[in-house]
Design a protein around this ligand. Structure first.
Ligand code: AKG
Ligand code: FE2
Length: 226
């Protein structure tokens, strides 16, 4: 399941991010690529210990925890600290799958990457190319969102970022271990959750809403691990 989360960060926060990232010290992104991905990856990133990455990453984490759609879709158990990347001058990241298990300095536990996320920080008209192409059962999905918007996609998917042939594409990206490992189960829970929320608005007080809410929680109890 691909989930588009609009306006994760507001315009003022976004403007601050863009100002700070325009003056950031970008390093070669190949430093953190796996041994296969290293051939396909041509971009820049902030170093993991860059204080700017930590400061902006914390703001992203804060925004995620206050976003109902993100919480309902991801059912997050652990979120890795956001990283920041920049593609320009033909920069690209060829088809790859993200590592299944990751760790981050300072985090006590390792994180299984059930979900991958990209928060777009450049607007689509600022660059040519730079589409996030995600392979799924229905074919390739091409994602290029307005600045401030986030896409969530299954960590299991093969994906790429196409070459940026004009301008620059700046983004934050990170991984999430979900309470619910399987994408299909998360998709069902999200569908049920959204339907219950809509019913609660349309027919407030209807006793069947409590029964459906019970079904939601009892499925979550069956399918979650912590
Ligand atoms: O920049 C993106 O949208 C995704 C980056 C990516 O796939 C990765 O770093 O593994
Ligand atoms: Fe990736």
């Amino acid at each position: 399941m691909l989930v588009h989360i609009p306006d994760l960060i507001d315009a003022a926060t976004l403007a601050g991010f863009r100002r700070d990232l325009a003056a950031a010290s970008w390093v070669d992104g190949r430093g953190t690529a796996g041994h296969l991905a290293v051939h396909a990856k041509l971009n820049q990133q902030l170093a993991a210990d860059d204080p700017l990455a930590k400061r902006l990453g914390d703001i992203v984490l804060q925004a995620l925890s206050g976003n109902r759609l993100f919480m309902a879709a991801a059912l997050p158990l652990r979120v890795l600290p956001p990283k920041f990347n920049r593609y320009a001058d033909g920069g690209t990241y060829g088809f790859h799958v993200d590592g299944a298990v990751m760790n981050a300095p300072g985090l006590p536990q390792r994180v299984r990457t059930d979900l991958s996320a990209t928060l777009f920080l450049s607007d689509p008209d600022e660059y040519e190319g730079g589409e996030l192409v995600i392979q799924d059962v229905f074919g390739d999905r091409r994602v290029k969102l307005p600045a401030g918007h986030l896409v969530l996609y299954p960590g299991t998917s093969v994906h790429q970022v196409t070459p940026v042939t004009r301008g620059a594409r700046v983004a934050a990206f990170f991984w999430i271990q979900s309470l619910v490992r399987e994408d299909a189960q998360r998709a069902l829970l999200l569908e049920l959750d959204l339907a219950i929320q809509k019913l609660a608005l349309d027919v407030p007080g209807n006793p069947e809403i409590a029964r459906l809410t019970g079904v939601y929680h009892n499925l979550l109890r069956r399918w979650s691990d912590t």
